[in-house]
Every structure is written in structure tokens, then in C-alpha cells.
Ligand binder design. Structure first.
Ligand code: NAP
Ligand code: HSE
Length: 422
């Protein structure tokens, strides 16, 4: 089987390396060799050494006329350009493999219809090297999925782990994650929670046949997490993780991505560094847990090549897991404001008489009940940091509370909340 690599960066280079290093086992499993014959780069005159043995193109329209190519592997990233390219490829009946979750978060249903029987693999789009698409689409196909709880962004997990365990600063760790090839070209996709949301939407399509878009779901990132939040988490037996959660409750479905305080004794709380983990609860199988490298050149290449091997084997699994398109799950996607959880709230206040009483009155007026409270005095006698944890309330109530608190004259800076995951 002959393939073309479109975009030879971190993942594209990994695919070339793994295809070469593991050529014989891959050929044995696929039933034929999988050979890269062409590459699409931005500028042919600047092509790197690792593509010099291939036919190198910098014009996509020229590349798709090469009839020798059986599968096109899109590893450029972004949304608009790969969308145009893949539409063109599918309309010409060409098989496609991609690792591009941003593209799929917006266009998966349309591409699924366009692909029809044409192979379209995207295992690498969620959780790097973990075969979670296969697990959900095939291994767990007999189950209603009650919940999916995942650490789906390697960059965020790498940053949070290093902030928690080594006391390193956010910007410093982000820089290392970029150097290691974990981060997206625009790292705000990672730290803003969008990349994890893209992945969650792909999983939710398979689990629930739901065609939601990023704008439809709750997305919060990790950029505002401070050393004070790390202090509170460490002191009180929590760790902080960026979680992606899909939870079904009767006919309601919540989809949310946000940093969360997690009790340190939970299994998923122990997932550190660039590793990802996904807990899936099926109504028949119960809980199953998937763990592995969520980003990086070789791990992601492993998933890309698994799709190539499936194509060579002529395995045809429905792209989003449903052969019968008529199923209506009857699930209603909850609006972000309707989602309930416990919260951690951090405030900086001037250390004055009656401050706590005023805040607790406002909390009570907004129906937010306090679970615990701590005040960390400032040794210089200046502002004090106060921390609350709350009982379960709706996001809308917490929003109203923050709006009421931020305008108080003794509140310094912006109040900050993190959800607490049970
Ligand atoms: P990357 O290192 O930035 O590689 C992208 C490559 O595409 C670069 O070589 C870039 O060339 C090239 N490119 C950009 N525009 C192009 C164009 N118009 N024509 C031809 N080539 C073009 O990104 P990556 O980390 O490999 O990620 C690739 C895809 O895999 C993304 O969709 C990403 O979300 C996904 N993914 C990445 C990982 C990971 O761990 N990195 C894991 C899972 C999925 P220049 O260098 O000249 O810009
Ligand atoms: N930037 C992504 C991450 C790459 O850090 O998880 C893997 O999808």
C-alpha cells in the first residue's frame, strides 16, 4: 500500500520513522508493506532531509493527481485547509487518515457522509497513542455509555503535573511542552481547553451519536491556575487536572471541559506528565480505564499507522460507530449554565472587619452553600486570600455569585473558581 504524508512535522516525521523501523511487523500485520512514496510540504525548496527519498510536492492539486497513492495521511493541522483538502480527496474516492481533532470537532458528520464506504481513519485524533476510538466504537459497542471522564490533553497534564510536583511556573513548563512537540501550533488550543473539547466531541459522537460543536459545550482552560490554587489543592488532598467529561443522566447529557480538583486517591488523579487516561463506564461492562501517551511523535504515529493497517486489511468499521443512521438517542445536551458541581472559590480581599460575613451572606442569597472555608493571612498585613469549597450548585448560580462578589469594594482582583469532581 502506498501512502502520501501531508505535513511532515512532529507526527508526520514520527510516521515515517515508525514505518521504517517497524516495517516487517507492520507488513506482517497489514498483509502487505506500507510504503511512503510522497510528501506534501509547504515549500519544496526547504524540504527536510527526512523526505528527500520521497516524491516531494508543495502543490496539493498536483499531489492528488498522483494515482500511485492509495492513502493520504493529513498531518498539517488547522481546520480550513485540511477540510478543503480532505473534501477534495473524498470526492475523488481517495482513502484518508488524519490525526486532526480540530477538523473533526467541526466537520466530522459531513465528512462521514462524504466518506461513505471510503476508508477514513482518525484514531490518532484522540489521546495520541491510546486506541480509545477503537475501544469505544468496537470493543464497547454493546453498551450504553453512562460516562466518559478523560485527561485528554497531554500539554495541560504536563504543565499541571510540573506546577504541582515541582513548583515550576506555568510559562516555563509550557515552553518545555512546546519543545517536546506536545503542544498544538497555537498552544492556546491546549491551555484554553479547546483541544480537549475537540477530542471530547469526537468521543461523544461515537458514544451518543451527538453532533454538537465546540460552541455548544462548556470549555474552561488552565491559564488562570495560580500557585495559590496549587497550595490549596496540595494542602487539602487534591490534585488539579484538566478533565473532559461526558455524563449521561437519564435523557440529559452534559459535555464539559474544565480544570477540576480531584481527590488524590482517585486513579485518574495519579495520571501525570504527558500521559492521558480515559475512564469509560458502560451500562453492561462497568468501568474500564485506558492509559497511555497522549501526545508526542512516536505515540501518535503508532495510532496513525494502526489506521493504515486497518485500511490495508480492508476492515470497514463505520466511521463514527453507527451503521444505522436512523438511531435517535433522545439525549438533550445540557446548557453550560445548567451543569451542576461542587466548586472551589478563591478570593483576594482587603483584611477588614466584616468581610467574611458580607461574602457568606451573598453566597447564601445566591443559594450557594459553603462546604469548607480557609483564610490564609498575609504576613505583611496586606490582602488576605480566602478559599471556599461549596456544596453542589448550578454553574448559573456560581456565575451570579461571582458577578455579585467581584464588584465589592474590598475584593482585590478577579475571584477564581475551579470545579470539584466527585
Ligand atoms: P507540526 O509539528 O506543526 O507539523 C505540521 C506540519 O505541516 C509542519 O511540517 C508544517 O510545515 C506542515 N504544513 C503546514 N502548512 C502546510 C501546507 N499548507 N502544506 C504542507 N505542509 C504544511 O504539527 P504536529 O504536532 O505534527 O500535528 C499535526 C496534526 O496532528 C495536528 O492536527 C495535531 O493536532 C495532530 N496531533 C498532534 C499530536 C502531537 O503530539 N503533536 C498528537 C495527536 C494529534 P512548517 O513546519 O513549514 O510549518
Ligand atoms: N496538543 C495535544 C496534546 C496533542 O497536548 O494533547 C495530542 O493531541
Amino acid at each position: 500500500m502506498k501512502i502520501a504524508i501531508l505535513g511532515v512535522g512532529t507526527v508526520g516525521s514520527g510516521v515515517l520513522e515508525v514505518l521504517e523501523q517497524n516495517a516487517s511487523i507492520i507488513a506482517a500485520r497489514a498483509g502487505e508493506s506500507i510504503t511512503p512514496v510522497a510528501a506534501l510540504v509547504r515549500d519544496k525548496s526547504k524540504a527536510k532531509e527526512n523526505v528527500k527519498h520521497l516524491k516531494v510536492y508543495d502543490d496539493f492539486d498536483e499531489l492528488i493527481e498522483n494515482d500511485e497513492i492509495d492513502v493520504f495521511v493529513e498531518l498539517i493541522g488547522g481546520v480550513d485547509l485540511p477540510y478543503k483538502m480532505i473534501k477534495k480527496l473524498l470526492s475523488k474516492g481517495k482513502a484518508v487518515v488524519t490525526a486532526n481533532k480540530a477538523l473533526l470537532a467541526y466537520h466530522r458528520s459531513e465528512l462521514e457522509s462524504l466518506a461513505g464506504e471510503i476508508p477514513f481513519g482518525f484514531e490518532a485524533s484522540v489521546a495520541g497513542g491510546i486506541p480509545i476510538i477503537k475501544a469505544l466504537r468496537e470493543g464497547l459497542a454493546a453498551n450504553h455509555i453512562n460516562s466518559i471522564t478523560g485527561i485528554l490533553n497531554g500539554t495541560c497534564n504536563y504543565i499541571l503535573t510540573n506546577m504541582m510536583n515541582k513548583g515550576l511556573a506555568f510559562d516555563e513548563v509550557l515552553k518545555t511542552a512546546q519543545e517536546l512537540g506536545y503542544a498544538e501550533a497555537d498552544p492556546t488550543f491546549d491551555v484554553g481547553g479547546f483541544d480537549a473539547a475537540h477530542k471530547l466531541l469526537i468521543l461523544a459522537s461515537i458514544a451518543y451519536k451527538l453532533d454538537a460543536k465546540p460552541d455548544d459545550i462548556l470549555i474552561e482552560g488552565i491559564s488562570d491556575i495560580s500557585a495559590e490554587d496549587i497550595y490549596f489543592a496540595s494542602e487539602f488532598g487534591y490534585t488539579i487536572k484538566l478533565l473532559a467529561v461526558a455524563k449521561r443522566n437519564e435523557n440529559n447529557l452534559e459535555l464539559r471541559v474544565h480544570p477540576a480538583l480531584l481527590s488524590k486517591d482517585k486513579m485518574i488523579a495519579k495520571v501525570d506528565g504527558v500521559m492521558n487516561a480515559i475512564s469509560v463506564v458502560g451500562d453492561q461492562v462497568g468501568e474500564s480505564l485506558y492509559y497511555g501517551a497522549g501526545a508526542g511523535s512516536r505515540a501518535t504515529a503508532s495510532a496513525v499507522i494502526s489506521d493504515l493497517i486497518d485500511i490495508a486489511r480492508k476492515i470497514k468499521t463505520p466511521m463514527l460507530g453507527y451503521k444505522d443512521k436512523g438511531l435517535d438517542s433522545g439525549l438533550k445536551l445540557l446548557k453550560s449554565d445548567e451543569i451542576s458541581s461542587k466548586f472551589y472559590l478563591r478570593l483576594k480581599v482587603r483584611d477588614e472587619l466584616g468581610v467574611i460575613a458580607k461574602i457568606t451572606n451573598i453566597m447564601s442569597a445566591n443559594g450557594v452553600s459553603i462546604d469548607s472555608f480557609l483564610q490564609k493571612p498575609n504576613s505583611n498585613g496586606g490582602d488576605a486570600t480566602i478559599y471556599f469549597t461549596t456544596h453542589t450548585c448550578k454553574s448559573a448560580q456560581m456565575k451570579a455569585l461571582i458577578d455579585a462578589i467581584r464588584i465589592l469594594d474590598f475584593v482585590v482582583g478577579e475571584p477564581f473558581v475551579i470545579r470539584i469532581e466527585k
